[in-house]
Write a protein that binds this ligand. Sequence first.
Ligand code: FAD
Length: 310
Amino acid sequence: MTCPGLTWGDRLAALRLMAAIRRAPAADETVTQMFARTRQTDTNVRYLWAPLCIAALNTGLDDASARVFAQVLRDTLLGRAGASDVLLPRTDLGQLFPAPAAAWLTRQGGQVRAGERVRTISPHADGFALDVAGSPEVFAQVVVATSPHHVPSLIGALPGTERIAAEIASLGYEQVTTVFADFGEGARLPQAMMGFAEGVPHWIFDRGALGGPPGLMACVVSAADAARDDTERAVIDAVRRAFPALPEPRRVRTLTDRRATFRCTPGRALIAQPADSRLALAGDYLLPLYPATLESAVRSGIAAARRVAG
Ligand SMILES: Cc1cc2nc3c(=O)[nH]c(=O)nc-3n(C[C@H](O)[C@H](O)[C@H](O)COP(=O)(O)OP(=O)(O)OC[C@H]3O[C@@H](n4cnc5c(N)ncnc54)[C@H](O)[C@@H]3O)c2cc1C
């Protein structure tokens, strides 16, 4: 409401959307349809709603689920104080979450075996036989916490999981491309994280300001704009136009995750858990009201742990 550059019409339109979300669960429509229904202004969509939607759902407005976007707004802008804070890690995500979790598990007497791929899961008299590098190992209970596209081949041999495997196999995916550009040690951005209102990249992070190598910028391109042939060049040109003091980068490395997140469209149904309670699925794709985020992965993980513990 206090953001400079907005007209009263923009502010009222934003209130109209938030009031509609507070009043009733959003219809199962696209985000573009919800914006039309609540008469959002071009300014609001361009500078506020579109960046939020693409960041959270990694899906373009014309395809994205209004119901899921409404849930994101409910949890953040309508949530408790602090729920919409932007948190920027000063270390890599591995050090932030998985490494301390693995250390805790080891202290509790658990064993963490990284880098060992489970090939298949088969029924066994004492639970399940897991094929790890050709040698089967038997476990009483299993939580399958892989990304969704790995699940069907893992659980396909287990009786009663055919429908679940088919539902998971039908999920679509969106890409994320990150262009890492090294502009040299003296290069800095005015802020550690900045957004682009149009074109690519969508976001740029000054890794040097976040504990990484000075001068390294991570430029993120989401959803449909990712992984085009000219993405890398378009990103570097746009960044140098926006920050003319930056020189031509010394090194550029581009990474594309082709199945970065599931496509978050209307009508995504709840994927049921297997009937056998010794087996649980965990992952961001299991919560129909949430996009592919760390939040949904954690919520689903807790539910899976409760299921096998119970
Ligand atoms: C580039 C990118 C940027 C993102 N940015 C954000 C962000 O800013 N905020 C946010 O909240 N979310 C973000 N996400 C989404 C977030 O990473 C996911 O929603 C989250 O990691 C999902 O967690 P998960 O536990 O369900 O699955 P995953 O994190 O995918 O974990 C699955 C694990 O299973 C392992 N695995 C797969 N097959 C096997 C097998 N056969 N045997 C053993 N292990 C196996 C994989 O190696 C992997 O470690 C981003 C995703 C990408 C790709």
